[in-house]
Design a protein around this ligand. Structure first.
Ligand code: HEC
Length: 199
């Protein structure tokens, strides 16, 4: 019909115009539904089939809960496993915390400490669970990723609820975090503060 319309010129087009218009409207309507459905289903695919996640926050969350899950991390050495922090700035996360790290981070420690001048390598994750009423209620995450546009002092910084909702976005480049993580021995320990409460 569209061919006829184009080649037949104005007269044919006029004759068809009423029915054609309706057909076109229905066609456009169906097209819109199909495209919308395709968009919705592809969005779903992004979050369910792509463990990398579709946003920087989803990607980091997937990394620390699926790809390299925090449940497999090593507890921060020589520090109480669960504690109410007593450091300068411990008030940031209360009442109880549990800090652990992945193998990449742990691999550079010697006798539990970061040797002078050493930096955590890319891919290091240090993970703090905030425990409320006996349950983990918040995840605070630091992941070394020097080249990322979201890095703040070489680390990605974010906070999530256990269901994946974002409390502090990684896209803030650690603006809510790095100042306090530079206090006390933060600078010499590559911004990791838990070294200060080792036994
Ligand atoms: C007011 C100070 C302060 C602020 C702000 C702060 N932190 Fe911390 N953070 C600490 C201290 C102190 C520790 C050491 C453990 C403790 O005592 O809570 C710590 C520990 C951590 C740890 C475990 C690794 C380590 O450094 O020992 C992570 C991960 C972490 N914080 C993430 C964050 C993120 C992400 C933000 C920003 C959204 C943030 N923190 C903001 C003070 C702070």
């Amino acid at each position: 019909m569209s061919l006829e319309e184009r080649e037949g010129g104005r007269r044919v087009k006029l004759q068809l115009s009423k029915g054609g218009h309706v057909m076109k409207s229905i066609g456009a309507f169906i097209f819109t539904i199909v495209v919308t459905a395709a968009m919705i289903s592809s969005c779903n695919e992004d979050t369910t089939n792509d463990p990398g996640g579709s946003t920087p926050d989803a990607s980091l969350f997937a990394h620390v809960t699926q790809t390299d899950p925090f449940t497999s991390y090593t507890l921060f050495p020589n520090a109480d496993s669960v504690t109410s922090g007593t450091l300068n700035g411990s008030t940031a996360h209360q009442p109880l915390i549990r800090v652990s790290m992945n193998d990449t981070a742990f691999s550079v420690l010697q006798a539990g400490v970061l040797p002078p001048g050493t930096r955590f390598p890319n891919g290091s994750v240090v993970f703090k669970e905030i425990i409320t009423g006996g349950q983990t209620s918040l995840y605070a995450v630091m992941m070394k990723d020097i080249a990322s546009e979201f890095a703040g002092n070489g680390w990605l910084w974010a906070e999530y609820y256990p269901d994946g909702r974002v409390a502090i976005s990684v896209e803030g480049n650690g603006s809510a975090c790095v100042a306090c993580h530079s206090l006390e021995q933060g600078l010499q320990n590559d911004f990791v503060r838990t070294f200060e409460r080792q036994n």
